[in-house]
Design a protein. Sequence first.
Lengths: 356, 293
Amino acid sequence: MAAISLRQVVKRYGTGATANPVIHGVDAEITDGEFVVIVGPSGCGKSTLLRMVAGLEAISGGEIAIGGRVVNEVEPSERDIAMVFQNYALYPHFKVFDNMAYGLRIRKVPEAEVKARVEKAAKTLELSHLLDRKPRQLSGGQRQRVAMGRAIVRQPAVFLFDEPLSNLDAKLRAQTRLEIQKLHAELGVTSLFVTHDQVEAMTLAQRMIVMNAGRIEQIGTPEEVYGRPRTTFVAGFIGSPPMNLVPVQAEGGHARIGDHRVALPARAPRDGALLLGLRPEHAEPATAEGGWPFVVDLVEMLGAERLVYGQLAGSPFTWRIDGTLPPPRRGEQLHLQAAAERLHWFDPADGRRVEA
Amino acid sequence: MSAAAPHTAAADPLRPGMAWLAHAVLWLGIAVTAFPLYIAFVASTLTPSDVAQAPMPALPGPHGLDTYRTILLQGLQGTYLSPPVWQMMWNSLLMALIITAGKIVLSLLSAYAIVFFQFPGRMVAFWLIFLTLMLPVEVRIMPTYEVVSDLGLINTMTGLTLPLIASATGTLLFRQFFLTIPDELVEAARIDGAGPLRFFKDVVLPLSATNIAALSVILFIYGWNQYLWPLLITTDNRLDTIVVGITKMIGTGDATTDWPQVMGTTLLAVLPPALVVVLMRRWFVKGLVDSEK
């Protein structure tokens, strides 16, 4: 088991004037035994970062240390890591047993111990009855479990997961998510998990790293990232549907929404443009006097709740309401309000959060 | 009926009309292919004077066993003192096997290098190999002869096989196959600690098994059927391959040709390639149509 340190990690493709930087100096500390999820949209560099930790991509700048040892120049097999790939990457001609045993046999682990370790892992993952099959005789979920088994038998210091659930259907994905959590609770191995799916990130992470365009936007627990997004990018990326961002004008200590004045936090600028953030689920119905005017455009029924798309003081706004309430009609004028602690303020110039 | 919907008829084996037509075409094909072989067989069982008659008898004669015993064990005793046919077949077999094995090993290794390794001049190497497709043996036969003769390899099995081993087709075939091996598999092996040779032995080779089998069939026949190069490079009758031997048996000018013996030798020459195809058919088809990934 080991901690992982990323210090000013840079990745560039190409050299000199044509160099194309994809990761711009990333810093992160992952403590021993922690489950950290790296989440971000496609092309944000999250997989590249993981592959640099694995040793599959060269590090163009900075340092990566695993368990206190700088591994920039260390071969993947010597880094004491195991990786689970999106498309499983099982050896197609090996039986399940041999797939899991291959790494150990290369390491010249005695055959009796190989057998013991593989069988133990197979039992944990409920694969015992499949050890004699070839990968093509297995379902997607079973293949994914074999891939995890291959990682477990290595008894590595770090698990790396590269979008391991993306090829599974929705039901299996939820189930495998739980299995991964259970496994981590059992083994307590430091884990780095890459995904573009924010639900996976929220449910699995002890801490999450939100990345965008080769930079870290925020590192924190799911509660922190959801509750106090540090940038408008995080506000829009975490949470479904994303946080509403309404442009407002600061006037003294207040912002104006329609005819209403909302008190600004103490450290907000006294005048100029601001972005008001409010999650769809945190808006509440209000009377005409106390509320902000909201005009309904479209309603979606999701079962437990409805998503109402409309305009709040001229800006697009999504409102999540209880599904048992009567559905609003198109064009209807409603009013909503929100508690002051539910409001987020951002500087529109750089997208940073204005701290209260 | 068949004119109205030929595509459905072809795909539907239950339509009696189409099935009949398809079988008729197949039988015609078989007859066209098999008839010359039958003639050769009949000729090999007759005496030379019977074969010289017009028309030649259509039914086998009584001398078959004598003919085959003579050519197999003694060889031809005319103007061309051929070695026994078993020795010519052995030469052909050896040559075909060496060419096949050599080409497979060489193409596997070169394709492995080109696909899985980054090195300066990688694409140059690939294109150079690719370009040799435009230079078959016949085109480069004079310089090749010069090289082989300077190396003192005339009248040797090495000289016979070596120039035929360098192969672009095999390299290209394996390159295309290797490119379909997912990157993640290579990476998983790296994390498992498999070095390049180990990955080649444990993963690439087993996955290429069907391709190797299919290519072996093609290359064996290619090697067996070589004519021009063996004819040039060997002057010693003991190194004659069977394909070269047959043509030498056919007398020129005033010399008479013992047609029963020539026909018998021809049939024997056809046997090994036919046997290889029949025995390897399942693997051959599998290697060409699918791959285990």
